[in-house]
Design a protein around this ligand. Structure first.
Ligand SMILES: Cc1ncc(COP(=O)(O)O)c(C=O)c1O
Ligand SMILES: Nc1c(O)cccc1C(=O)C[C@H](N)C(=O)O
Length: 398
């Protein structure tokens, strides 16, 4: 057995999270795409059978109260809260990340001091955030200033109303300095809005501890909520009273069933709701969050770093020099839970990922030349990392 195989075996044996893998439906594929779509927790189908057959099929309309459907967005928000370092009552689940980016960006401009007319947006952002911010800016009369996260401090000024940043970059896997950047944004008198899609469930976020103003995130990656599962919106408690949603639907009304023509916003996180919650997806997410019971996010982070370190080491040892170049930073403070490797060119990137998937190593690619490997510590092990690097080397040798 190779040195790396032996080390992988020892690391898996010592891994205190290893048993969690059995909570998921997985085969012998090395699944390194949980940063796009998390795996299915085994117990979810039976729970959904109950939701569909009993709650919907038998109880029907009564389920809004009796099965807790109506309050699901806040209840599930409170389940996500500890995973991102938020006290209860500040997160509401619903809509897509894109829609929540819209709510958060517009609300941030409304919370900002008058006269501030710029929104700084991560220039390398996942596209939807940029598109939405640009449209929000047109509607509110602000100007979008695209800025690389490294240049945010220099770009802040008296005109800055809000700053929209990604905690972890979807393409490079780079982790941005949420505490430091949030403090800098506050120092300039502006509001910080963070997109947590690639960090929630993979590493500690510390929303409350670092004074983040607003945040959004999806639940279908490291939170394993299922394809298209609803996203969430965090509004820090200190902003809730003044939070003025640009999408004030009836379910965020203080008395929705009064059905009055005028809008009176509800208190608290409920104010972030819009329309009728997507109950089936929402309850699949709620069920899937059970896998987190008793799991420490710090332990998840420690394993994530150990896995990505080990994978990078295996790649360096197995893959002939120069065939791929890591673009994910080596420094732990700058690394999320994925490893991105730059490949020769677009054609080779497609070929390599296609061959990997065919051989049971599922990652993905981002055009033109980035191979992405996401490491979900709840179900990925060290032997998976070794096998992925070994097969990558074999595929690159062709
Ligand atoms: C950083 C980031 N924001 C937003 C999204 C997607 O938003 P939505 O859930 O609206 O498709 C993704 C991935 O799809 C993402 O990686
Ligand atoms: N949301 C996705 C989808 O509906 C289909 C395919 C991929 C996705 C993704 O989540 C992509 C992901 N945000 C990314 O980091 O590229």
């Amino acid at each position: 057995m190779s040195d790396f195989k032996e080390r992988a075996e020892a690391l898996d044996t010592a891994d205190e999270l290893a048993a969690l893998r059995d909570l998921f439906t997985l085969d012998d594929t090395v699944y390194l795409d949980g940063n796009s779509l998390g795996a299915l927790p085994r117990h979810v189908p039976a729970r959904m059978q109950d939701v569909i057959a009993r709650q919907w099929g038998s109880l029907r309309i009564r389920s809004w109260d009796e099965s807790g459907w109506w309050t699901a967005p806040e209840r599930i928000g409170d389940r996500i809260a500890p995973l991102v370092g938020a006290a209860a009552g500040q997160i509401v689940v619903g809509d897509s990340t894109s829609v929540n980016v819209f709510k958060a960006v517009v609300a941030a401009t409304r919370l900002a001091d008058d006269g501030r007319d710029e929104i700084l947006v991560d220039a390398s952002t996942f596209p939807t955030d940029g598109y939405i911010a640009a449209s929000a800016a047109r509607m509110t009369g602000h100007r979008v200033v695209p800025v690389a996260p490294a240049d945010v401090r220099a770009a802040l000024g008296p005109r800055t109303a809000a700053v929209l940043l990604n905690h972890v970059d979807y393409r490079s896997g780079r982790l941005h300095d949420l505490p430091g950047l949030t403090a800098a944004v506050h120092g300039a008198g502006a509001l910080a809005v963070w997109d947590l899609c690639h960090s929630a469930g993979a590493l500690p976020v510390g929303l409350d501890a670092h004074g983040v103003d607003l945040a959004v995130g999806c639940t279908y990656k490291y939170l394993n909520g299922g394809p298209g599962s609803p996203a969430y919106l965090y509004v820090a408690e200190r902003h809730q009273e003044a939070f003025d949603s640009p999408l004030p639907g009836w379910t965020s009304h203080a008395d929705p069933f009064a059905m009055t023509p005028g809008y009176t916003p509800a208190e608290g996180s409920v104010r972030g709701r819009v329309g009728t919650p997507d109950i089936l997806s929402m309850l699949a997410l709620e069920a899937s969050l059970d896998v987190w019971d008793g799991v420490s996010v710090d332990a998840v982070r420690a394993k994530s770093l150990a896995l990505t370190d080990f994978f990078l080491e295996c790649v360096a040892a197995y893959v002939p020099e120069g065939r791929v170049t890591p673009v994910t930073p080596a420094a732990h403070a700058e690394r999320g839970s994925q490893v991105s490797l730059r490949c020769e060119d677009a054609e080779e990137t497609e070929r390599v990922m296609g061959a990997l998937v065919e051989r049971g190593v599922v990652g993905d690619l981002r055009r033109p030349d980035i191979l992405r490997f996401g490491f979900t510590p709840l179900y990925v092990g060290f032997a998976d990392a070794e096998r992925a690097a070994r097969i990558l080397a074999e595929v690159l040798a062709v």
